[in-house]
Each structure stands twice: as C-alpha cells, then as structure tokens.
Design a protein. Structure first.
Length: 118
C-alpha cells in the first residue's frame, strides 16, 4: 500500500479518533485483499480514471487506485490518494486525470488485472 502526501495530510487533520480508527480498519481490510460485497464502492468514470475507487467511511471517502510497481517483477499496489468529503472528490479526480493520462494502455491493463485464488 502506498500513501500519497495528500492522504497523510488529510488523515493527520482528522479530529475524531473514531473516524481515524475506521479509516485504518478499512485500509487494513483493503490491504488484505478485501473488497466490499455490496456496491458501496463507486468506480469513477473516464478511461484512465476508471481505476479510481472510493470507499465511504462516515461522511468521508477514501480515494484509491491500483498502481503497478516494478521490484524484481511487476507487482500491483494499492495507492491511497486522499480521504475527502464527497464535494471535494471531483477536484481530486480532475488532477488524477492528468496523472493517469501519461499511462500507456499496457500499463493500464496491468493495473486492471485481477487475480482470484481458487
């Protein structure tokens, strides 16, 4: 799991310890491969931005995407961009569009791959 500087700042500004605990719990679950069964996860539209997902925690949303890191081989990593109220998400998505616009189709396809055990 990779955390952006924006997420770190936003998390540090959270006043409620209960919300902080809830955010940490969701992040731990996500890092362990959990994904909500019910459609509380919303995928945002747009070609590259379709990688961005939002997870509701109280009145805030954790904004994340899957990225690819090259260590000894290519590995998918969960990138946590920020935790924001709903009305601030479009501004972040607009800035992420410019980040994702430099990704090649091959890179985007690596990000979209899903592995299922069993």
């Amino acid at each position: 799991v990779l955390f952006s500087n924006n997420f770190r700042k936003s998390f540090g500004k959270l006043k409620s310890s209960q919300i902080q605990k809830s955010v940490v719990n969701v992040l731990v679950e996500l890092s362990n491969g959990w994904r909500p069964k019910k459609l509380r996860v919303e995928t945002l539209c747009g070609k590259p931005v379709q990688l961005v997902k939002q997870y509701k925690v109280g009145r805030l949303y954790i904004i994340s995407s899957v990225d690819v890191a090259k260590y000894s081989c290519y590995t998918q990593v969960l990138k946590i961009w920020d935790i924001l109220p709903l009305e601030e998400i479009p501004k972040l998505v607009k800035s992420l569009e410019s980040v994702f616009s430099i990704y090649t189709d091959d890179y985007l396809n690596r990000c979209k791959l899903e592995y299922f055990k069993g």
